[in-house]
Each structure stands twice: as structure tokens, then as C-alpha cells.
Design a binder for this molecule. Structure first.
Ligand SMILES: *Cc1c(COP(=O)(O)O)cnc(C)c1O
Length: 498
């Protein structure tokens, strides 16, 4: 059956998967959701005999129905290749009888966003062809660190695309900056701005929607598109690894096909855990989806009270990719929980933007019962890192540690001892300073690369290529502009006179 996508806010047109990927957001400001939920057409036993690419094909063909089999297979082959440092792409690491870590950090930027951002560019260029778009796609992104690099790595040298990334010159870590400014690829541009992340984000949004800019680009044969986490082209590839994780447990004889498991996910924008929820809907036996937050615990409060309330202090934590007060992807779940009532969803989102909060109804709680929410403080996060290393000799990053700590709380509270898979969203090498500080092994003035070597020694894990590489690479992007000059910097990068 052909799958269409409609807006969570009731307006806009129904579009095909490829159109949803190209547009990113619906015209009415809503997020695209599939009009029905498909079912896996292979049994769990059959899935257990498939490798990552075959699994990706089985899952993605259910959602991206206007792509041909050939097109999907080509996208998958180009995305999941030697850019990853393991042929398993998403290996499981067992720490005790009931606990597994699903390592999603074996891609070029050693964090889980690579899983989707390595395939999005290929889905997007295929989608452009299908829709007879001849313009080159220009990805314009503002980043607080991680997403920018993952998008750069994904789009670098993909024909038919250009990518321009703005980052706050004085607002990212030394390693994050080095990762970006050494980015290769003839179609990449990285620009520092003198303002903060919000300045960059606001101006990127303005440029993106500015009709004069759009017209200038169109005349030169370009058009903007967006790679952010609400894009269907990022959501769908994330469902794959939950299916693959379940199938791997069956293959390894750790569970029997049909047995329920839990997934625990360190959550920020709610994209990753929503993908796990879709995995359950299409037929993976899941008991609980454990939603783990850091001190910015909006989601924990939401699941406990039914009120989403962003009116609170924003806390900077050691798990920065989860420092979020508006979890954009939650809109999809709220819409689905309310019987796909677009008008009700639109009102809630308007309330959120005006008052900073909204409520859900008791009838919607049935859907939310799939989830268990809890959080870890900074101290609990550090303790989870120590405990995991001391008990199992396995080092985890602060984001993963938040989920690990929440799983402990969940087990104590509920007594549930179901096999649990924890999504491991970043390599500890990406956050080596915090990780080493947990063991009293880092001094403030020490260089990040010195710390990386120390972590490698301590864990007996070789330094990931992604870190080794940037140590010696030379800087290719050194432009810094004021935020007022971002639009002309975009035009310059594209070789268009302003
Ligand atoms: C983005 C990110 C998260 C949060 O994922 P969401 O899909 O936004 O919930 C967690 N951990 C790491 C390392 C990330 O980069």
C-alpha cells in the first residue's frame, strides 16, 4: 500500500515520503506523520538472519513506499559502508544477563546522529530526482556542536548537495570545533559566528524562509532543505537499529523470538525514543520504553503529570545533547495519542508557544503507558559511569550513563527484570574530560587529546579514528562573521553575488 504523510496540525496537504523528506516540515508548521502504521512483513526469525543493510531495507521500504527497491538499496549501500568502523554498524555489548548496550556510535562522528545523517543525503537527492527537482539542494544548519558535524560528514561530497554550517565561535568545545573546521569535501562550508547558538539558529531560520533569498538561490540553481531531527528522513532510519537489536538478541540466543524486551533511551528532542516506539508498533515485542532525561526533566514531569511545561530554568549538564526544554518530536506522539486530532494538536502547540505549557487528557494516557520516564542528576550520571566501569569494565559516555542510571531506578521501582537494551548514543571518547573526572583522572589545564590517550589506556580501547584523525588534520574553514553578515556569507559560499 502507498504510504502518505500528513501534518500533526491538521492543515497542509498529504504528501509522499519523498516530498516529506524534501520539505522537512509541513506548510502549516506541523510535523509529518505516516497516515497508517505498517507491519513488518518478515517474521522475527527471518529478521534474525539478516545483516544491518538487509534489515534497513526491510524497515525502510514499509515507510518510504514511493522509493523503488533499487533506489532504497542504493541509498543504504552508500550510507552504511566503511565510514563505520564495524561491519555490524550497531553492535550489542552485554554487561550482565539482562542488560545490553546498543552501540550507535561507530559512525564518522562517534555519536548516534550518524546512523540517520549518513543516509539522509542519499534519501534527499533521490527524493529530489523523483520530484523532478533540478536545483542543487543546499542544507543550511546552525549547530551547538554535534549535529553540525554529523550533517557535514553525511553530506560531504554527495553530488547534488551543498552544506553550510554556522556554529558559535566561542560556544563549542575544542574538539567539536576542530572536528568541524577540518571538514573535507568540495561542497562543505563551515562558518563561525560571533554570537551564541540562539543567534545562529534564529538567523538561519530567517534566511531559510526569506523569499528574497529563496529567489536568489532559485535563479542560481539552488534551493534550501533542512536536515533537522524532525525530518521523516531521520526518523525512519532510526527505527532500523531497534529492529536490528531485537533480531540480534534472537540470533545470539539471548532471547526467544516473541519475548518482550525493554528499550532505554537517553532523550532530548524525543526523536530516538519515538523511533523505538515505531519499532514496537510495526511488530517488535517491547514491554517498556524507558525515557531517560538529565536535570532538564521536562519529559519525566510530563509522563508523571500529563502536563508539558517548559517554564523552568535551563540547566547546562554533562550531557549537552539532552539539554532541551522543547522536545519537538513529542508532538508526533501527542497527536497519535489523541486519535490523530490535528486541530487539538495545533491548539496544544499554540498554547506551548504562548504560555509555555499544555495538558493532555486522561484518554491519551493509554498511549503514554508504553513509556516510563525518569531522570538522573549530574551526580547520579557520574555514579552510573563509575559503576558501569567498576562492575563491568565498560566505559560509557554521560548521555548513555543517564539512561543506565534510569534503568537502575526503573528496576528498583518496578521489580521488572525483562532484558533491557540501552541505546548508547555517544562514544565516551567524545566526552573524555567528564568521563575521566568521574575517576579523578583529569586536570583542568590538560589538553583534550592528552585526555583521549589516557582514556584509551585506561579502557584498553583504541582511540577511535574520528579522534585520531582530527589531531593532525589542518584547518580548512576559518571564516568568522557577525550574525548580521550570515546571509551574505551564504550567498558568497554559493558563489552568488549579493
Ligand atoms: C541527539 C543526542 C541525544 C538525544 O536524542 P534525541 O533524538 O534528540 O532524543 C542523546 N545523546 C546524544 C549523544 C545525542 O547526540
Amino acid at each position: 500500500m502507498n504510504m502518505l504523510y500528513k501534518s500533526t496540525r491538521g492543515g497542509g496537504k498529504e504528501v509522499t515520503a519523498s516530498q516529506a523528506i524534501l520539505q522537512g516540515l509541513s506548510a502549516d508548521g506541523g510535523l509529518f506523520v505516516p497516515t497508517h502504521i505498517p507491519k513488518l512483513s518478515k517474521s522475527l526469525e527471518e529478521l534474525s538472519r539478516m545483516d544491518y543493510r538487509q534489515t534497513a531495507f526491510e524497515v525502510m521500504r514499509l515507510f518510504l513506499t514511493d522509493f523503488t527497491d533499487e533506489e532504497l538499496k542504493t541509498c543504504i549501500e552508500r550510507a552504511y559502508d566503511s565510514k563505520f568502523d564495524t561491519e555490524e554498524f550497531a553492535p550489542l555489548r552485554q554487561t550482565d544477563e539482562k542488560t545490553f548496550y546498543l552501540e550507535l556510535f561507530h559512525g564518522p562522528t562517534i555519536a548516534f546522529k550518524d546512523m540517520a545523517l549518513s543516509i539522509l543525503p542519499h534519501l534527499m537527492t533521490t527524493a529530489a530526482k523523483k520530484n523532478h527537482i533540478e536545483n542543487e539542494i543546499v542544507i543550511l544548519t546552525a549547530t551547538s556542536g554535534d549535529t553540525g558535524k554529523a550533517a557535514l560528514a553525511g553530506f560531504a561530497d554527495v553530488p547534488g548537495t551543498r552544506i553550510i554550517v554556522f556554529y558559535p565561535k566561542y560556544g563549542v568545545s575544542a574538539i567539536q570545533e576542530k572536528q568541524m573546521v577540518t571538514q573535507r569535501g568540495n561542497n562543505t562550508t563551515v562558518i563561525g559566528i560571533t554570537g551564541n547558538f540562539d543567534d545562529a539558529q534564529t538567523e538561519v531560520k530567517r534566511i531559510f524562509h526569506d523569499p528574497a533569498m529563496q529567489e536568489k538561490l532559485d535563479r542560481a540553481g539552488y534551493q534550501f532543505s533542512s536536515a533537522n531531527s524532525i525530518n521523516v528522513g531521520r526518523l525512519v532510519p532510526q527505527i532500523v537499529y531497534y529492529v536490528y537489536a531485537y533480531a540480534s538478541l534472537v540470533r545470539q540466543g539471548k532471547i526467544t523470538a516473541g519475548a518482550e524486551i525493554n528499550f532505554a533511551v537517553p532523550t532530548g528532542n524525543f526523536g530516538n525514543i519515538l523511533a523505538a516506539w515505531y519499532a514496537k508498533q510495526i511488530g517488535i515485542p517491547v514491554r517498556k520504553l524507558i525515557c531517560a532525561s538529565n536535570s532538564n526533566k521536562v519529559l519525566f514531569d510530563f509522563f508523571s503529570t500529563g502536563c508539558y511545561d517548559r517554564n523552568r530554568e535551563f540547566i547546562l549538564t554533562a550531557s549537552p545533547s539532552m539539554d532541551i526544554l522543547i522536545s519537538s518530536n513529542l508532538e508526533r506522539l501527542v497527536y497519535l495519542a489523541d486519535g490523530c486530532d490535528g486541530e487539538a494538536c495545533r491548539k496544544r502547540m499554540e498554547e506551548l508557544s504562548v504560555t509555555g505549557s499544555y495538558n493532555v487528557t486522561p484518554e491519551m494516557e493509554k498511549t503514554f503507558a508504553d513509556f516510563y520516564g525518569n531522570y538522573c542528576t549530574e551526580k547520579e550520571t557520574a555514579e552510573a559511569i563509575e559503576r558501569c566501569f567498576e562492575q563491568h569494565g565498560y566505559m560509557i559516555d554521560p548521555h548513555t550513563a543517564v539512561a543506565s542510571g534510569v534503568v537502575d531506578k526503573y528496576r528498583k521501582e518496578t521489580g521488572d527484570d525483562t532484558v533491557t537494551v540501552i541505546a548508547s548514543t555517544a562514544s565516551p571518547f567524545k566526552f573524555n574530560r567528564f568521563v575521566l573526572e568521574c575517576f579523578g583522572k583529569a586536570e583542568k589545564e590538560e589538553d583534550d587529546f592528552v585526555l583521549a590517550d589516557r582514556l584509551s589506556e585506561m579502557t584498553k580501547v583504541p582511540l577511535p579514528g574520528a579522534v585520531e584523525e582530527i589531531r593532525t588534520l589542518s584547518v580548512l574553514h576559518d571564516l568568522v562573521v557577525d550574525k548580521e553578515d550570515m546571509a551574505s556569507a551564504v550567498l558568497n559560499a554559493l558563489g552568488i553575488g549579493s
